[in-house]
Design a protein around this ligand. Structure first.
Ligand SMILES: Cc1ncc(C[n+]2csc(CCOP(=O)(O)OP(=O)(O)O)c2C)c(N)n1
Length: 651
């Protein structure tokens, strides 16, 4: 029986010696590598935080003490020692463990997490509630160096420094975001870590201190010297000035040092920031060498670090996509933007710490002067684009749909209100898959289409994505382009799209009894459904909506009068989505009541699982769609409850 086998909950750690804890750390690393090598997923960040998680649980008394993790995918050790080890091999699988913190999973998880930079605010709230209740529990927030640059985290730092509650902020500094970190803050942290004078003095000092008998007068004197030394060399001065007590930097893989320091800072009053230096990917050679690749990896072969045969097959399938067999939307976006950039020097790309994921890294390699990674700072990315556009540039801001939510006000205030020609490229719109509810791009249609001046479009396939991107960059106002992860999900690409015309949908198939108006990723499924309906004797028209806004009123009017039944299909929240836009248009146009079934994502936070499993779950795969539409068609107009039942498949 391994030591890890004996740990059901954090209290089981408390009786272990330092040597045994080090053994547990080793076993955890093996388990992390073994599991992620078969499932794929986030790895490098958790490998770097093994000792930190263990030391925190060793010193603090969770869940009474509040340990709050930012995002949570770096805290798999926390999952393993808080009673979830048996299910660890279900990580991020459908109906398995979440890839993040999840309060439905464990009383040790206080929030459902996934978006970066949130933890300082939520932890401050916990500290304030504790003080209101007169409780004595400890509050500890753990945040990464890149996430500390998020607007929300900086706002919280400011407020914590003002209120000065008793709380501990652990800055887990692995000198990496997903890619290389960006910005003055990151440079500053790096300077603290690498300051040779401070570090030499510090190391001499530490050696001296460990030789002194514990509790002696000399040790107390030593601590005073240490404090004045700090004052002289000012590591962490910025945090001190903000109102924190800064402690560190300390080595994050030395368990005894971590434990000793945590025990010490636990006693301090007021807000303390403990700067812990870790190595992303620690303990697995290939992840240490290439932490970006192992931030989130496909399944891999442990001895070589190479993708497994299946993952390699998936990769070549993906490069076949690039050869246009079934290209992904992201690849088409990336490739076309470079082509546009060749002939238009004003085009410039902005990413918020996701250069590879958004496909913009390739643009950056081709045009380094016209590529900006702002770090984890979505609000700033959009505000920056507004300045650039006003100065005559043509910015394209590539941000995942769910992270773009952070910048809603900037889209309203800095972009729409100013009528600026900015292209917002919302990747991963719709169901993202294994990352689950925090990452699904479910809400963008709703939050974008309500904004005056905003154009919202969605391509049915990668070829149309290319055409739409070109079109978007020719407009004089803001355009939001939303597209799903991967490529088309069924059928064969239709080839070169017809010309994009503002506010015009594309009729793909004529039909007389029902019109399927589909948005983006659901256009190909709608074509498949139409074939199925024809077999059932129902003549179905298929329309590729293209525009959520401005919506094609002519087509809607024509359908209302000539076809008389409408089904809208979208991979977005039905509430306030594209279907609602069609309903509003029907009202506005004064059309006689038309039976209208709105199909899309239901009014719930959709769980995690593969994209395919979730499309099935939400009844958005072609077979389900056909079933739903047939039922509705045969039974006549649905009321709201009936609509929800059809949508969710509830009986
Ligand atoms: C608001 C938001 N923007 C972007 C992301 C995507 N993302 C996930 S992890 C990550 C880098 C985090 O780096 P850091 O905070 O230093 O933590 P580490 O993984 O290095 O431990 C990014 C950009 C996110 N989860 N949330």
């Amino acid at each position: 029986m391994s030591l890890l086998d004996q740990i059901e909950q954090p209290s089981d750690l408390k009786s272990l010696s330092a040597l045994e804890l080090t053994e547990v750390a080793k076993e955890i690393r093996q388990e992390l590598i073994r599991t992620i090598s078969t499932l794929g997923g986030h790895l490098a960040s958790s490998l770097g935080a093994v000792e930190l998680c263990l030391a925190l649980h060793y010193v603090f008394e969770a869940p009474d003490d509040r340990l709050v993790w930012d995002m949570g995918y770096q805290a798999f050790t926390h999952k393993l020692i808080t009673g979830r080890r048996k299910q660890f091999n279900t990580l991020k699988q459908f109906r398995g463990l979440s890839g993040f913190n999840n309060k439905d999973e464990s009383p040790y998880d206080l929030f459902n997490t996934g978006h970066g930079g949130t933890v300082l605010s939520t932890a401050l709230g916990l500290a304030m509630a504790r003080d209101q209740a007169g409780e004595s529990r400890q509050v500890v927030a753990i945040i990464g160096d890149a996430s500390l640059g998020e607007g929300m985290a900086l706002e919280a730092l400011n407020h914590i420094g003002h209120l000065k509650p008793n709380m501990l902020v652990i800055l887990n500094d692995n000198k990496m975001s997903i890619a290389k970190p960006i910005g003055g803050l990151s440079r500053y942290l790096n300077r603290i870590i690498t300051n040779p004078t401070y570090n030499r003095l510090r190391s001499d000092f530490d050696q001296l201190m460990v030789k002194l008998p514990a509790g002696s007068k000399l040790v107390r004197l030593g601590h005073r010297v240490e404090n004045s030394l700090k004052g002289m060399l000012v590591p962490g001065q910025v945090f001190q000035d903000l109102g924190f007590r800064y402690v560190g930097p300390i080595q994050g893989h030395n368990l005894p040092e971590l434990i000793r320091t945590l025990k010490n800072v636990k006693r301090l009053k007021g807000p303390t920031l403990l700067h812990v230096v870790t190595l992303k990917g620690k303990g697995y050679k290939f992840a240490e060498q290439d932490p970006e690749r192992f931030h989130k990896t496909e399944p891999f072969d442990i001895p070589t670090g190479q993708p497994t045969a299946d993952a390699s097959k998936e990769r070549s399938r993906r490069s076949a996509r690039t050869a246009r067999v079934n290209e992904s939307f992201t690849d088409a976006f990336s490739d076309e933007l470079i082509k546009i950039g060749e002939s238009n020097e004003r085009v410039l790309a902005i990413t918020a710490a996701m250069p590879e994921g958004t496909g913009l890294a390739a643009f950056g390699r081709r045009f380094p002067d016209r590529f900006i990674d702002v770090g984890m700072a979505e609000q700033h990315a959009v505000g920056l684009a507004a300045g650039l556009a006003t100065g005559g540039m043509r910015p394209v801001v590539g941000i995942y749909s769910s992270f773009m939510q952070r910048a809603f006000d900037q889209i309203m205030h800095e972009v729409s209100l100013q009528k600026l020609p900015i292209v917002l490229a919302l990747d991963r719109a719709g169901l993202v898959g294994e990352d689950g509810p925090t990452h699904h791009g479910a809400f963008d249609v709703a939050y974008l289409r309500i904004l005056p001046e905003m154009t919202v479009i969605s391509p049915k396939d990668p070829d149309e994505m290319r055409a739409m991107l070109r079109w978007a960059l020719e407009q004089s106002g803001p355009v939001a382009l939303r597209y799903t992860r991967g490529g088309i999900t069924c059928g064969e690409p239709l080839g070169k799209p017809s010309r994009i015309v503002s506010g015009k949908a594309e009729v793909l198939k004529a039909g007389t009894q029902v019109a399927l108006i589909a948005l983006g990723s659901l256009v190909y499924p709608a074509l498949k459904v139409a074939e199925d309906l024809e077999r059932e004797g129902i003549s179905a028209m298929v329309v590729n909506a293209r525009f959520v806004k401005p919506i094609d009123e002519n087509v809607i009017k024509q359908i209302a009068s000539q076809v008389g039944r409408i089904v809208t299909l979208e991979e977005a929240q039905v509430a306030a989505g594209f279907g609602s836009a069609v309903s509003e248009a029907l009202d506005r146009l004064g059309c006689a009541p038309v039976p209208h079934l709105r199909i899309g994502l239901p009014d719930v936070f959709v769980e995690h699982g593969s994209r395919r499993e979730l499309l099935d779950l939400c009844r958005l795969a072609p077979d389900h769609l056909t079933q739903t539409i047939l039922q509705w068609y045969q039974r006549g107009p649905a009321n709201a409850a009936e609509e929800l039942r059809l949508l969710t498949g509830a009986s």
